[in-house]
Structures are given as structure tokens and as C-alpha cells.
Design a protein. Structure first.
Lengths: 272, 264
């Protein structure tokens, strides 16, 4: 059943979404769009609500206010069955891969195919090898996740996320903890996969330089709001204090280094 | 003073409320699990794998414990019965104790600490490492794919383990009393045969172990699924599984015994 054509070519539309957790607003009236064919980065410091945003798009969380739409259909109001249908067109790469530890790399990639399609085992075998080849790990097909390094685990997880050629791929911190070579390889992989699948990709990250090299558009999040946005060129040229601080990795600026605390001297000199 | 007493009651009330809420959560989880159990039967290899992990891998501890429990029963039983000149009845004593009580109860306690804790830890760790979230994002329901087969694997394994426990325990009692002490072989078996009733003793024991199997595995999968996704959370959930299911086994045993054996 083909989905209704998404309006204006946007695969994901987030409108005025507010999400609170434990009384605090993690997202505070946020709006953004992800057009088909593009790689969009969502940046912000730790705790700026980036991962929450991905979970809202995947339907794992529901917004307190506002509307999340994917493929032209509401995610935030979808019933479980509908949600599962939407998720069939999404792939998500978790921060630490989230590979099934009791399955080999091959079986991990085969998992979504075996669970969700009726493809014959011979075809699944070929598809899995193709996906593993795409991430450069065909030779590691028979290894268990524990036998792979962190970066390799994430690449297997990426092969699993794209196993069924999703139209929307979400990456949660794909660059964290990678060595410089793996970093560049992963970045290029994200770009190439997106273009090969004609998909849209959302990359949640705080790695500015890698992202600027591969993405089409960037949203900056702080305190649950979009504080800046633009193409990589606009971002590089931006003089907005927040963007400047982030891009040039300055420790002081609109984003404070210190968690709010009472006066330092006072705390040290206070009577015990 | 009054304020302190009041706050004490408040804390007590909050605790009781929390416990009732958790019971509600567990019950809802139970129904969802039953509703999604189709997968466990349509894809039998998944369930058979869990029967292997929960059942087959528990065999050694069950067999060894049963042997020793039976041998102790034989010794103690003989020691008491011989005073009344009815040492021949030791076979009856061993068999009835095991099929009615010790088989189901001790096997279930061992099952809770061997298999129940493993199920909780596994599901809890899958949650902590986002494997369950990843599965959900792949449009596969973890309750159908992960929880269901583990539940049914445990439910199938428990009565079989209890039956084995009783059988091996009786053999242990036999070893001690007949070859070692010298109770008459024929009397041991024939007394047992004439006094153990299939419906009254054996079937009731199996019913008990089936009930324990549902309770223990339900507690184990719920605690794992409900665990806080941290190392500490998984460790607490595992402890809770063993404690809660042990208490549940003993309490249920009393209720079931009261219904089954009213001294009629």
C-alpha cells in the first residue's frame, strides 16, 4: 500500500512540539522539517533534547503539545498498528548500536528481513551480504557483537538499520567515540546511503566539522528550542553568538560551561 | 508529634499505593503478553530455545538437589518410622512428601533462582542496552518476540522439572533406605504403590508446579521488562525476581494445599 504523497516533499514535519519530562520542558515549542533526499543535522549540547526529538519522530514518545508527522501521517496520534506501519519505513541507528548480543552480525542484519518479510532464506542471505558489504564488514558476518570493536558494531547496526531500504534514516550520535578514520568513513557512508536510497536522513550529533562536511541543512537546538539554522555555508559564516561558540568550540558564550550553582567562593568558605 | 505520626501514615499509604499500582502494571503486562502469545506458538523454535535455556540447563541443579533431598528424607523417615516398627512405610513417606510438596516447591524455588533470575537479567540488560527499543523501531514488538517465548518456555519447563525432581528424589530415598539401611525392597515399592494415588497426589503435584511455573516466569519477565535501564536497576530487578517469586511460591503453595488436601 503506497503512502499518500507527502506534502511539499517533506518526509518529516514537526510543528510546535512541546515535550516535558519530570516537570521540565525538554522541547519547548519546536518546529522543523526534513525534506526528501536531504541529510539534516540536529546539533546542540548534551541535554538539549536532540535524542528526545528522534524518539518523538519514531513514535517511542508522544509530545505533550504539537504535532509530529512522518510520510504525511501523524505519528503523535497514531495507534500502535499504524505506528508499526510507519516504522517499517524508518531505520534508526542507536548511539551504541544496540545490536542483539545473542545473534551474529549476519543474523542481526537478517533480523528485520526475517521478522517483517516472507523473503526466502537464500535471498535474505544475498541481501545481508550486500548490506554488510556496503558498510565494509562482509568478512565479519559470522562474528558475534562482542567480538567487534565499538565502531564496527555501529557499522553492523547501520547495515541493520538500512536492511529494508528505509525512506527515513535516523542516526543518534553516529560519530561519538570513533577514531578519525572511522569518523570520516561513517560520515561519507551516511551521505552515500542517503543518496543511494533516495531517502532522508536525520543526524543527531555534536560533531560540528564532520557534519558540516556531509549535511545539507543544520538545526541548532538549545534549551528545547531551535536557536539557529542554515546550510553549512551559512553556518560557517554565521555571526550568531551561539553558532559561533558551537562551531569554534569556545568554552564560554551563550552556552555556559558551568551548571547553575551558588557562588564558588562562598561555597568554599562556608562554615562546615 | 501528631505531624510525625501523620507523615508515617502518609509514607505507609504511599508505599501501599505504589505496590498496588505495580500489581496493576504487572496484570496489564500479563494480558498483553497472553494476547501476543501467538508468536510463541507459530514460531516454535523461539520457544524451544527458551525451554532449553530455562529447562534443560536447570537439569543438573534440579537432579543433584533432588537426589540429596530424597536421601535425607529416606534417612529421617527411617529414623522416625523405625521407632513405631513401621520402617517399611518409608517408601510411602518419601513418595508422598515429594509428589505433594517438596517436588513442586523445592523445584520451583530452584527454578526461580536458576532460570527466573537469568530471564530477568537478560531482558533487563536488553532494555538497558536499547535492544528492546531497537526492536520496537524495527516494528517488531518485544513482548511478542522476546517476552512471550521466555514466558512459555518457563511455563512448559516447570512441571517437567518438578516431576523429574520427585522421581529422582524417590530414587535417592530408595538408595539410602534399601541398599544402605536394609529396608525390604519389595515392601518399599509395594507400600508406595498402594498408598500413592494418581489423581490425589501426582496430578495435584503437577497442578501445583504448573501454577508455580506461571507465577515465577511471569514475575521474572515482568521484572526484567520493568527494570530501570541501568546496571543498578538490573541488579535490583534480579534480586526482586528471586525474592518475590520465592515468597509467591510459598504463599501459593499454602493456598493450593488448603484447597487440595483438607484431610478428607
Amino acid at each position: 500500500m503506497p503512502p499518500p504523497a507527502p506534502p511539499a516533499g517533506n518526509l518529516v514535519e514537526i510543528e510546535n512540539v512541546t515535550f516535558s519530562y519530570g516537570g521540565a520542558n525538554v522541547l519547548d515549542g519546536i518546529s522543523l522539517t526534513i525534506p526528501r533526499g536531504s541529510v539534516v543535522a540536529i546539533m546542540g549540547g548534551s541535554g538539549s533534547g536532540k535524542t528526545t526529538l528522534l524518539r518523538l519522530i519514531g513514535g517511542a514518545l508522544r509530545p505533550g503539545k504539537g504535532e509530529v508527522r512522518a510520510f504525511g501521517r501523524s505519528v503523535s496520534r497514531a495507534r500502535t498498528r499504524e505506528l508499526y506501519q510507519l516504522r517499517r519505513k524508518m531505520g534508526m541507528l542507536f548511539q551504541f548500536g544496540a545490536l542483539f548480543t545473542d545473534l551474529s552480525a549476519f543474523d542481526n542484519v537478517a533480523f528485520p528481513m526475517r521478522e517483517r518479510t516472507d523473503l526466502p532464506e537464500a535471498l535474505i542471505r544475498d541481501l545481508v551480504l550486500m548490506k554488510l558489504q556496503a558498510v565494509g564488514l562482509r568478512g565479519a558476518a559470522d562474528l558475534m557483537p562482542q567480538q567487534l570493536s565499538g565502531g564496527m558494531q555501529r557499522r553492523v547496526a547501520l547495515a541493520r538499520a538500512i536492511a529494508l531500504d528505509p525512506a527515513l534514516i535516523m542516526y543518534d550520535e553516529p560519530f561519538t567515540g570513533l577514531d578519525p578514520i572511522s569518523l570520516a568513513v561513517t560520515g561519507q557512508l551516511i551521505r552515500d546511503l542517503n543518496d543511494a536510497l533516495d531517502a532522508a536522513s536525520i543526524v543527531v550529533t555534536h560533531d560540528v566539522h564532520e557534519s558540516l562536511a556531509i549535511v545539507d541543512y543544520i538545526y541548532f537546538l538549545a534549551n528545547g528550542r531551535v536557536v539557529a539554522q542554515g546550510t553549512p555555508d551559512e553556518v560557517r559564516a554565521s555571526t550568531a553568538p551561539f553558532v559561533h561558540q558551537f562551531v569554534h568550540a569556545e568554552s564560554d558564550g551563550p552556552v555556559p560551561f558551568h551548571y547553575p550553582a551558588p557562588d564558588y567562593q562562598g561555597a568554599l568558605l562556608a562554615a562546615r | 508529634m501528631l505531624a510525625r505520626v501523620l507523615s508515617l501514615f502518609e509514607a505507609l499509604g504511599a508505599r501501599v499505593n505504589g505496590m498496588i499500582a505495580r500489581l496493576g502494571l504487572a496484570s496489564r503486562f500479563f494480558w498483553i503478553m497472553l494476547r501476543l502469545s501467538g508468536t510463541s506458538f507459530r514460531r516454535l523454535p523461539l520457544t524451544i530455545r527458551e525451554i532449553y535455556f530455562a529447562g534443560v540447563l536447570s537439569l543438573i541443579i534440579i537432579a543433584v538437589s533432588a537426589l540429596f533431598v530424597g536421601m535425607v528424607l529416606g534417612l529421617q523417615g527411617y529414623d522416625t518410622l523405625v521407632r513405631y516398627g513401621s520402617a517399611d512405610a518409608v517408601g510411602t513417606l518419601v513418595a508422598l512428601s515429594l509428589t505433594r510438596e517438596l517436588g513442586p516447591v523445592v523445584a520451583a524455588l530452584l527454578f526461580a533462582s536458576r532460570a527466573g533470575s537469568a530471564i530477568t537479567a537478560e531482558i533487563g540488560l536488553m532494555k538497558a542496552t536499547e535492544q528492546l527499543s531497537a526492536m520496537e523501531m524495527m516494528a517488531v514488538d518485544p513482548i511478542a518476540r522476546v517476552v512471550g517465548p521466555r514466558f512459555w518456555g518457563g511455563v512448559v519447563s516447570m512441571p517437567l522439572l518438578a516431576a523429574l525432581f520427585s522421581a529422582i528424589g524417590i530414587f535417592g530415598g530408595y538408595l539410602v533406605t534399601v541398599p544402605l539401611i536394609g529396608v525390604d525392597d519389595g515392601a518399599f515399592w509395594s507400600q508406595m504403590q498402594s498408598s500413592v494415588d494418581l489423581r490425589e497426589d501426582v496430578v495435584n503435584g503437577i497442578i501445583k508446579s504448573a501454577v508455580f511455573g506461571v507465577a515465577v516466569t511471569w514475575i521474572a519477565v515482568f521484572e526484567g521488562y520493568d527494570a530501570a535501564p541501568t546496571a543498578e536497576g538490573v541488579s535490583r530487578a534480579t534480586t526482586r525476581t528471586v525474592v518475590t517469586s520465592s515468597l509467591a511460591i510459598l504463599a501459593l503453595d499454602f493456598v493450593l494445599t488448603a484447597f487440595m488436601f483438607r484431610g478428607a
